[in-house]
Design a protein around this ligand. Structure first.
Ligand code: ZN
Length: 279
């Protein structure tokens, strides 16, 4: 007989990004995640170095895990034509890798280039995604635009809000283009509930990433918190994405020098506990 707390003891929708346990090679990560009861894995491209993506996909499925997505593509803007073409070529490779791996989605950190306006970068992002859409169609791979926190607007992404991500989706108007909601980037936005609801209505809610926001944040890239360590209303945002019809995985994506330096087995145990307790 199940206890009233049973729905909260469920790991069946928990996915972990390989970058979260970066010290582990992907083979170790998949075995450890599966043994911990995690059901999904998002593979970062650096984890595929020196490996055949198709083989890694087979290994992951043999462990009983689902490949949730490939991270990441994007970085379309550049002040030079050659730079923009290079980005398009690299995104085509990412789509190929995702298809070989069996990942249904490539997450896009869209990019921004110093020396030009954010508006110009946004326009180059649209052009870049439009250029790779035929590849995505041929491979049957979705593209998830991840709005990044405004602190990254200088050189990582000119798409910083859900509204901007929706505007990009409107321009591209394609069923394979949607949004990856990462709580770290959008938790502060007072329009978030409405934007998440809109993403549900428009069929654009492709992915849900979780972690926490630390105070103080000591590094812009590598000081994310484990769920429950910070100030993000994780349960509240989860309720919003579920109310919007999202039934995919809850993906733990934590870049943290502090956690990477710790014992990764103990850390994995803390991730599953923190997920159950706080997310
Ligand atoms: Zn993310």
């Amino acid at each position: 007989m199940s206890s009233p707390a049973a729905p909260h003891r469920d790991l069946s929708r928990l996915c972990i990004h390989t970058a979260t346990t970066k010290p582990w090679p992907v083979e170790t990560a998949m075995e450890k995640y599966a043994a911990a009861g995690v059901t999904g894995i998002t593979v970062w491209r650096d984890a595929l170095e020196g490996r055949q993506p198709a083989r890694v996909g087979e290994q992951i499925r043999a462990c009983g895990l689902e490949v949730v997505s490939l991270c990441r593509g994007g970085f379309f803007p550049s002040t030079t034509e050659a730079g923009r073409q290079q980005a398009i070529d690299d995104n085509r490779r990412a789509i190929e890798q995702a298809a070989a791996l069996g990942a249904p989605l490539v997450v896009l950190v869209c990019g921004a280039a110093l020396g030009q306006s954010l508006e110009c970068s946004r326009s180059q992002i649209i052009d870049g995604i439009a250029a790779i859409l035929p590849d995505a169609e041929a491979a049957g791979v979705k593209l998830g635009i991840e709005p990044l926190h405004p602190m990254y607007a200088d050189d990582r992404s000119a798409i910083n809000t859900m509204a901007q991500a929706h505007a990009a989706c409107d321009r591209l108007d394609h069923p394979l283009v949607g949004i990856a909601v990462d709580v770290y980037h959008v938790w502060w936005d007072d329009t978030l509930p409405a934007q998440i609801a809109l993403a549900g209505e428009t069929g654009r809610l492709f992915a849900f990433h979780i972690c926490d926001w630390l105070t103080p944040t000591r590094h812009l890239l590598t000081d994310r918190g484990l769920m429950g360590e910070g100030c993000i209303d994780l349960r509240g945002i989860r309720a919003q994405v579920e109310a919007a019809g999202f039934q995919g995985h809850h993906e733990v994506e934590i870049f943290s020098t502090r956690w990477w330096e710790s014992d990764q087995d103990a850390y994995l145990a803390q991730i599953t506990a923190a997920y159950l307790d706080h997310a």
